[in-house]
Design a protein around this ligand. Sequence first.
Ligand code: 7PJ
Length: 258
Amino acid sequence: MGILNATPDSFSDGGRFNSVDRALAAAEAMLEAGADLLDIGGESTRPGATPVSQDEELARVIPVIEALAARFDCPLSVDTSTPSVMTRAVEAGACLINDVRALTRPGAIEAAAASGASVCVMHMRGEPGDMATRTDYRDLVAEVIDYLAARLRLLREAGIPAERLLVDPGFGFAKTHEQNLELLRRLGELSRLDAPVLVGMSRKRMIGEATGQPVDRRAVGSAAAALLAAERGAAVLRVHDVEATRDALAVWAAMNSA
Ligand code: 7PJ
């Protein structure tokens, strides 16, 4: 899964056409590098990021999804917690709703269920603004699994079929560096949930802490982490550096088929 940000950068002129064109170019590069699906997001969930209004999120994300759906065949995912964005994104061509808040916003479950799309639910505590202080777990992996199991049950009861649900332990969301490493080491335990596991570690602080590299030099560390996750059963790898990830997986596949 290639990550496509539909967030305006500070140095762009803020024009919508400009950002759609940039998204198309970035998408094309990721597809050429071997991405199987693309995840489009218009809200930054980095700690301390300013919240985005619903109208602004729609204006960032929907034109990009429409343009991608018109140009490419590949499945599209929308990274959002906002019910109206879920509805409009699926109408525009998205087939997966990727929600770091696990459909906890009012109306999100109803919007997702009515859309007919697949849903990825992620574990987090609190909000991106305060999650860094909420890292006291008695048993991290058990709590993550229990939380995701409860969300899966609720979503199935809301009418979303089990085969349309994915889970994500939420690397970097309300976890310390040590806890992120424990989650990665024990990722295989999530197979108990009987849902495909999606992971996102790409360029995150855990990669920076392990490698000592700044965010623009974390492609190799991120590919290594993605490979370790794949080996532990992850089905979907959410990454910025598609080519590096593909190459890492190709070595593993070659070993397995030898
Ligand atoms: C994740 C995400 C993740 C899922 C972000 C970043 C922060 N969605 N959206 N899992 N992270 N499912 O990419 O650094 O880990 S935004």
